[in-house]
Design a protein around this ligand. Structure first.
Ligand SMILES: [Zn+2]
Length: 138
């Protein structure tokens, strides 16, 4: 009589961390991801100023990373948009901002830049109640 082989039990459950492709939305193991910074004037970090104006994109492979880089390469890079994003960051996090001077100190922007950023923001905001995501379902 043959002895039945016992199945080996893994000592620890292997945890596979998943990532999400910014282009196709596919999930894939973290080890397979490709990630790069691309220029994007709408992107500011809550944690580090050095990456303001850069967006970290994640792709499922080099082909989709190339497409993402091309999309952001074609997107207009606007100083006023970057300034507006910095202002929004300061107005939505941390202690309240009480004056334009204080906002200037916290953003590193001069008053004329703040005014240009606010003008840019006001001319580019979406109408209330009409949310546009920019992405279709198919
Ligand atoms: Zn993908």
């Amino acid at each position: 009589m043959r002895k039945r082989k016992r199945r080996r039990q893994p000592e620890k459950a292997e945890v596979i961390r998943l990532e999400l492709c910014d282009l196709c939305g596919a999930t894939f193991p973290e080890d397979d991801m490709v990630r790069r910074y691309v220029p994007d004037s709408s992107s500011v970090s809550r944690h580090n100023d050095w990456s303001d104006g850069l967006r970290l994109v994640t792709a499922c492979g080099p082909d989709h990373l190339d497409v993402l880089r091309e999309i952001y390469r074609r997107r207009p890079y606007t100083e006023e948009e970057l300034w507006a994003a910095k202002i929004t960051r300061e107005l939505t996090h941390g202690p309240p901002v009480l004056s334009v001077e204080e906002l200037g100190c916290r953003t590193g922007l001069y008053e004329p830049e703040i005014r240009r950023a606010i003008a840019w923001h006001n001319s580019h905001r979406e109408p209330a109640g009409d949310t546009v995501t920019g992405e279709g379902d198919g």
